[in-house]
Write a protein that binds this ligand. Structure first.
Ligand code: NAP
Length: 244
């Protein structure tokens, strides 16, 4: 029986690349999206071209009931869930002096509460099967902090604490929980930055370039595989040496 993987926020960027990479590695895929659009259609098409099944499941990860519905749909269709990748994330950057309460709450609700919502609804099925992999996408700024990102850095630091705590709770059930902390990856999220700023940041990275979504997807593939079966509660940096 093929293994199955759910990736949240998988219409574009890192989530899309993770979904395609796991499809190529032989998983049946469920991609979660918020709004139906061309990006969703293209991603689904590319996944199906690998020969994998692809369910596309609408829902906002910050909404608990949406996550409950998504978990039930996967079980109805696939009968089990082997890998959950909590990838959906947003930024609302500004200095704390200017940060509105909603800017803080929205980012925490999608990034951190969203990770809780999806995990809470998936984990009972993994517990029952006594196997599972949960991979949470954090960020290097969750470790280092970053001016203008108090909301985002807090959400990503929270994901690391969540990952380590859950890893301790469910290790005895053979459920492995890890986190990835990407550095500066070329996606729509970082496209908003001016070219000069991107060049300045790239100079500070030991590998002297931005990362690609594929760099993160490769590590997800490893953490989902049997080759990582003695690794849990870890934060793997994929950042070209940016933070060390
Ligand atoms: P992206 O291109 O902006 O993609 C984010 C994805 O998340 C989109 O598909 C988006 O869908 C989805 N999403 C947002 N809010 C959602 C919600 N409430 N419910 C469901 N889906 C939602 O960003 P990315 O760069 O690929 O980032 C992916 C993850 O990596 C994020 O967690 C991000 O924080 C993390 N990360 C990125 C970088 C980087 O440099 N790019 C660095 C470190 C960490 P919509 O179309 O609906 O918005």
């Amino acid at each position: 029986m093929k293994k199955t993987a759910l990736i949240t926020g998988a219409t574009r960027g890192i989530g899309r690349q993770i979904a395609i990479t796991l499809a190529q590695a032989g998983y049946d895929i469920a991609i979660n999206y918020r709004k139906e659009n061309e990006e969703l259609k293209n991603t689904k098409q590319e996944i199906e071209q690998t020969g994998a099944k692809c369910l596309s499941l609408q829902g906002d990860v910050s909404n608990y009931e949406d996550c409950e519905k998504i978990a039930k749909q996967i079980i109805e269709e696939y009968g089990k869930i082997d890998v959950l990748v909590n990838n959906a994330g947003i930024t609302k950057d500004t200095l704390l002096m200017r940060m509105k309460k909603e800017d803080f709450e929205d980012v925490i609700n999608v990034n951190l509460v969203g990770t809780y919502n999806m995990t809470k609804n998936i984990i009972p099925y993994m517990m029952k099967n006594r196997t599972g992999r949960i991979i949470n996408i954090s960020s290097v700024v969750g470790i280092s902090g970053n001016a203008g990102q108090a909301n985002y850095a807090a959400s990503k630091a929270g994901i690391i604490g969540f990952t380590k705590s859950l890893a301790k709770e469910v290790g005895s059930r053979n459920i492995l929980v890890n986190s990835i902390a990407p550095g500066f990856i070329e996606t729509a999220m970082t496209d908003v930055l001016k070219e000069e700023i991107k060049e300045e940041i790239a100079k500070t990275i030991p590998l002297k370039r931005m990362g690609q979504a594929q760099d993160v997807a490769n590590v997800v593939k490893f953490l989902a595989s049997e080759e990582s079966s003695y690794i849990t509660g870890q934060v793997i940096h994929v950042d070209g040496g940016m933070l060390m």
